[in-house]
Write a protein that binds this ligand. Structure first.
Ligand code: N01
Length: 542
């Protein structure tokens, strides 16, 4: 097998691998490393011309992870976690991309990654027990194992507004940001969307642009990040205690450090609540949601947290009309992915920022010179689409995957994704889906969930090979039970009350199914480990 370099035009040197991995973000990189360690031949295909996945694509201004640096990193290599130094409390996109590249160098990963190559088809060949994989470069390779590491939020989506093609200026989706950057100086910028991406980008764009018009359909709850330079003493303390801290993260609900209160908000006095909320607000980040144990399940308890945040918005935003528009009232806090910001609400106090409510007056078309809603036309030289993703299933169904008997994944998942543990889907032997629908994934620190899946899959592959077992597939009955369990657990929470991408509600026509597993990464890991210890209960080995 030869080295494959980014941009090389040659066809695949080899055609047969033990495993094909789709994607070279944090999941694909670690999967490659683990499988190599087992002595497998592996080919990774990656659409981008570099590693890093979401952090390769999301180069919009203000892009930053809202899991803290010391926690958003690999734990599998002691030297790596001791040597790498993060410069801020929350890592910026450029720094995370640097880290991804460092890991690729450190473990010499690039030689097995074929860049600028998108997997278009994968078909299970039953007679040969091989996955036949095709790419947009005309490669045809086969592999015993096909492992998707495609990410949950990688299928960027721009709504099909009429006239979008007629716009005279540049337009950019946050998740497909130009590598050379974008100059906003002197520009009137229209930003559509106020999810995590919009909320991070808007304050930074507003500092540079002549004018920013923000088109908001749903007001979002956002908590302050209070980002700051890394405290070296803190970093040292974490490093000295990594073993214990990482172990705690792995068994926690969301894969992060920190203390979640189990007490009920309804049983606390108003004074106690205020103290708790203020302390968590001052701490910054997602810990606010952990103030009380019933926030995610009890509407009255949730409303108390939500109202506290609305109060903060009213305090920060000087124009009461704008503050009311920004204060979310149509969904419980935490049921859409919580946002973490730096100066977001205060940005609306700037004279060069206008908030447009497109809930009451929707966007009707993009014109050559701006955005027209039912009410008015807003002039713009540039459009930023912060309009999100076809989440979780989008990246998988973007590949034409067929399993046993020619069953297509698109057909199988037409009414929503069906998996066993989010790891496999029945009828697609030897196909593993890292952080697939039905696993905690997006409801957790992705690094923790990625490592857990990669390690579970690597162990499974090792045991199959050692035992001379040719295939593993999900048992349809176990899959049905898991899908039911995932739904049931979600049904006990307030999550289904929001029109979120967790439910596919942002994509017209997408089935409304709660896709991630809300049972917590600790409980989930235990379940996966138990299944493996029981000889892969719920899987069919043959
Ligand atoms: O996307 P989103 P995102 N007309 O889907 C609006 C992760 N992430 O890229 O809410 C008008 O959240 C849409 O409105 P509505 C994180 O998990 C993490 O911001 O559907 N508006 C919404 O306001 C996050 O949740 C980080 O009514 C339209 C926005 O566009 C996920 O990625 C940073 C519209 C889309 O928000 C996705 O976040 C960034 C239309 N037709 C992202 N269609 C960090 O770690 C859509 N919208 C920090």
């Amino acid at each position: 097998e030869q080295m494959s370099e980014a941009g090389g035009d040659a066809l695949e040197p080899a055609t047969r691998y033990d495993a094909v991995v789709v994607g070279a973000g944090f999941a694909g990189m670690y999967m490659l490393h683990r499988l190599r360690g087992l002595g497998l031949t592996v080919r990774v295909f990656e659409t981008g011309d570099g590693v890093g996945g979401t952090w390769y694509w999301n180069r919009y201004p203000g892009a930053r992870c809202d899991v803290e640096s010391m926690q958003y990193s690999y734990s599998f290599d002691e030297e790596l976690q001791q040597e790498w130094e993060w410069s801020e409390r929350y890592p910026s996109q450029p720094e995370i991309l640097l880290y991804a590249n460092h890991v690729a160098d450190r473990f010499d990963l690039r030689r097995d990654i074929r860049f600028e190559t998108r997997v278009t088809r994968a078909a299970y060949d039953e007679s040969a027990n091989l996955w036949r994989v095709e790419t947009d470069r005309g490669d045809h390779v086969s592999a015993t194992y096909l492992i998707t590491a495609v990410g949950c939020l990688s299928a960027a989506r721009i709504p099909d507004f009429p006239g979008a093609g007629s716009f005279r200026g540049p337009s950019h989706h946050t998740g497909r940001w130009p590598h050379e950057g974008v100059d906003f100086t002197g520009r009137r910028v229209a930003v559509i969307g106020t999810g995590s991406s919009g909320i991070q980008a808007i304050p930074v764009i507003a500092e540079r642009a002549e004018h920013v018009t923000v088109f908001q359909r749903t007001a979002n709850y956002s908590l302050p990040a209070w980002n700051r330079p890394m405290d070296p003493e803190y970093a040292q303390w974490v490093k000295a205690n990594y073993a214990e801290l990482r172990a705690g993260m792995r068994t926690s609900p969301a894969g992060v450090m920190g203390t979640s209160n189990t007490a009920s908000a309804l049983e606390a006095t108003e004074e106690e609540r205020l103290r708790e909320f203020e302390a968590r607000w001052a701490k910054g980040g997602v810990s606010f949601l952990g103030a009380y144990g019933d926030t995610a399940i009890d509407p009255a308890a949730n409303e108390i947290s939500a109202e506290f945040v609305r109060g903060k918005i009213r305090e920060i935003v000087t124009d009461p009309r704008v503050a009311e528009l920004l204060a979310p009232k149509d969904h419980p806090i935490g049921t859409k992915r919580i946002c973490i910001d730096t100066g977001y609400y205060a940005t609306y106090n700037r004279p060069n920022v206008t908030l447009v409510d497109v809930r009451t007056a929707p966007i009707e078309e993009i014109t050559p010179t701006g955005v027209r809603t039912a009410d008015a036309e807003y002039a713009a030289d540039m459009i930023v689409y912060a309009t999100g993703y076809d989440a979780m299933t989008g990246p998988l169904l973007g590949i034409d995957i067929t399993g046993k008997g020619g069953l297509s994944l698109r057909r199988k998942w037409a009414a929503g994704p069906r998996t066993y543990l989010g790891l496999m889907t029945a009828g697609f032997p030897n196909l593993f889906t890292i952080t697939g629908p039905g696993s905690p994934s997006v409801l957790s620190n992705m690094m923790v969930s990625i490592e857990q899946h990669v390690e579970w899959i690597a162990d499974c592959v090792e045991r199959l090979r050692a035992g001379g077992i040719a295939t593993i597939d999900a048992d349809p009955a176990a899959e049905d039970a898991w899908v039911e369990h995932v739904n049931e657990v979600a049904g006990h929470t307030l999550y289904p009350r929001a029109d979120s991408w967790y439910l596919g509600a942002n994509i017209p026509g997408k089935p409304r199914v709660f896709m991630p597993y809300v049972g917590g990464v600790g409980a989930y890991r235990q379940k996966c480990d138990q299944v493996a210890a029981d000889g892969y209960a719920g899987f069919v080995l043959s």
